[in-house]
Design a protein around this ligand. Sequence first.
Ligand code: ADP
Ligand code: ZN
Length: 734
Amino acid sequence: MGSDPKRIQVLLPLPLAGPFDYTALPDAPLVEGDFVKVPLGSRTVQGVVWNMSPQNSDIAADKLKPIMGKLDLPPLPDSLRDFINWVASYTLSPAGAVLKMAVSVPRVFDRAKKKTFYRLSPDLPEKLTAGRRAVAAMAQEDVPENMPLALKTWAELAAVGEGVVRGMVKAGQMIPVEVMADEAFPEPDADLAGPILSPEQQKAAQHLCQMVSVHNFKPVLLEGITGSGKTEVYFEAIAEALQTEGGQILVLVPEIALTAQWLERFEKRFGAAPVVWHSELTPASRRRAWWAVVRGQAKGRARVVVGARSALFLPFQDLKLIVVDEEHSATFKQEDGVMYHGRDMAVVRAMQSDCPVILASATPSLETILNAESGKYDWLYLGERHGSAILPQMKAIDLRLHKLKSGIWLSDPLRDALVKNFSNGEQSLLYLNRRGYAPLTLCRTCGHRMNCPHCSAWLVEHRKGDRLSCHHCGFSRAKPNSCPECDAKDSMTACGPGVERVAEEIQVLFPGARIAVMASDEISSPTQMREMIASIARHEFDIIIGTQIVTKGYHFPMLTLVGVVDADLGLGGGDPRAAERTWQQLEQVAGRAGRAERAGQVLFQTYQPEHPVLKALISGDGQAFLEREAQEREHHKLPPFGKLAAIIISGADYNAVVKTARRISAHAPKNKNIAVLGPVTAPMAYLRGKHRFRLLVKAERQVKMQKTMGQWLALCQLERGVNIQVDIDPYSFY
Ligand code: ADP
Ligand code: ZN
């Protein structure tokens, strides 16, 4: 046996399975984490050495193929490999699918990091061709300090063909030089002075800095009312972490496109921009950032990365601190592929890196509050708004008393408040979390509703181009003139409001007002978003109508009135977190009002002012509301008091989906601590051309959910073309 080539396991970034067995190169010593090339069928693929001494492999040694070579990359850090394994087993996903997220950087494996440039040789022969003379003259006279340039650049500068330069390289007249293609990121400066903190802020900042300097794993909830200076406080912790050489800091934000103001503040505070990470970066920027994060030497390494949840999978060498801003945000949950929650995984990542993790929010999630209450997390609280700003006044407008006329979405009290605010020269915000013009179009003659042909969803009218679009699959069509069902002419009518429709109403009411609509349809790039935010802050608009993209921690000094057009939106449905989420969202929107010297006012239009969410908002007693929510969830053994998982079964063939769903149900574990609900058709019964069934698995806390589900699902054969998705601790219930 001793003479057998060494067996090792390599994980491939493919959504297949766990690592594959190969044999090691005899002459190139490998370590775990090394990037290697291996054969897979007839292809060559790149992967990562996952296990140097695998136990009990069932593939015969003589069937194994050898590794083809090692790539010139620093090995994937141990902490990241541990993290990938952890996420894979927690989410019941193949480790390869998780690795894919960590290395899904276009051409990351290429050695594009280094480029070959050329400079002129000091010894040149007397005689040169005219072309070569031109290149030499250019190098001696016009290019500073013997600077190396790309071959192509030399040819362009000297106005010769590239062949001429290539000839000089061959003849030794130009010397190749390896250069780093990517510029290093500028280092944030930890020693710049921050603002003078209030005593309350000071105390919180000291606590955080202490945690960073001790460098142990510890989660801490940084709770503070909107405008209390949470960002300033955790900036102090970042400054502390920057004091260590090469130490890295990760800040997760819900939506990176929406952080323009945050980025500006960071740059002001630290004198350099952080490294930004999200899926819409250009391939070149992604590669540059990835490489800067993985750099082995402390010098030139990326220090502060701000990113979307996928930044958790960057190959940090030395994490000193993780911050999750707006930790309650549902956008941290990834809803396809590997279904993980960015906030929860940030805590795991911090644990494996032995560093503190700060969860910041004005409206923390119930999960986090309970962890803080039980002492698992430290808990810091900021209760004062910075400077003279005070919290806005909140009022409900009962739409049962102030009836809306047909086609009108703003009640008299809200209109009056808008008029008053406008004539005072102050800014108002109308919040409605609905894109487009109208959520439904129907025929007045026969009642036919315009549905998406691929989803069980209504088509949403958008005024731009007079189109009807599906917000789930992207299907879009022109708005028909006559009913597709009964052929009645001019009978299609819009039902309900979207932001565009509210804007139309405002235009009529305030012909002289400067109006902005803020929704993802209007804003297509981070730059555009930044401009929009800046011009609102400069008071270039009087009335802003926006969806949830306006709720993200922006600071508009002149904004003193917030009107919530439909406070009941989001309260229905089968989502156990619906009330909590609505409360968080409305509390955040309300927090936009009166952030500077002028006092703010918030008005909620509702048909159910007695609903606990509205009562909590108006009384300002979020505490009591959350306690009630907690009791409710405890009573029903819902997370975090019990465990929950969803299984979605989907496929184009209805019968195959049903058959698979029944099979899964038949194999359900028989255990008094586990209840399996369903299968039932999912609320979104048809999505992107696929039928969907759903099972919910509810279990007592002590049940090992992953193990149970793994064993259960392994018994269930899927019908052809049927897909199942397991969602551990689901956040969406469609
Ligand atoms: P939060 O994140 O809690 O909503 P921010 O950190 O955004 O609060 O602070 C709200 C506003 O008050 C920001 O414009 C911030 O710069 C300012 N601010 C907060 N604390 C201070 C301070 N100690 N000195 C000066 N400005 C402050
Ligand atoms: Zn659709």
